[in-house]
Design a protein around this ligand. Structure first.
Ligand code: DAT
Ligand code: MG
Length: 151
């Protein structure tokens, strides 16, 4: 298994509903390493760039309004297999299809208010971290628990 990076973002509804600590906690407990973290009001242009693959969808304008409707929490997480594992922790795009125990399965009811974003591939993980963070906002560090987490 490869060490990877993923971009996780608590969307404005997750912040407004008071889930910041809860969501960070799930990735922390699993054993992933936080390498970047900030509260941020996303400009429209950045939201459009982040979701550019969905530009042609009918819901695109609403998606951009939603993501820019309040502060988001931007995070970079690192770990073995973190991209796919974070997607599992987050759950299906439609929260009504997301398994109980996942973030969306436990905390949300609608696709248009699904609380959290996670990159869908290691390539997009790198792309999105570079998009949302500046150099100097990311930290490389060794958690004290590391020898107890991996062989
Ligand atoms: P995910 O966030 O699970 O990676 P995605 O990349 O397909 O899902 O879509 C990005 C976001 O766009 C998703 O979290 C919510 C919104 N979205 C996707 N499909 C939608 C739909 N059919 N109606 C409304 N919003 C949608
Ligand atoms: Mg996606």
């Amino acid at each position: 298994e490869e060490v990877e990076e993923t971009y996780i973002m608590i969307k404005p509804d997750g912040v407004q509903r008071g889930f910041v600590g809860e969501i960070i906690s799930r990735f922390e407990k699993k054993g992933f390493k936080l390498t970047g973290l900030k509260l941020f009001q996303c400009p429209k242009e950045l939201a459009e760039e982040h979701y550019k693959d969905l530009q042609s969808k009918s819901f695109f304008p609403k998606l951009i309004d939603y993501i820019t409707s309040g502060p988001v929490v931007c995070m970079a997480w690192e770990g073995i297999g973190v991209v796919a594992s974070a997607r599992k922790l987050i759950g299906a795009t439609n929260p009504l299809n997301a398994e109980p125990g996942t973030i969306r399965g436990d905390l949300a009811v609608q696709t248009g208010r699904n609380v959290v974003h996670g990159s869908d591939s290691p390539e997009n993980g790198k792309r999105e971290i570079a998009l949302w963070f500046k150099e100097g906002e990311l930290s490389s560090w060794t958690p004290a628990q590391q020898p107890w987490l991996t062989e």
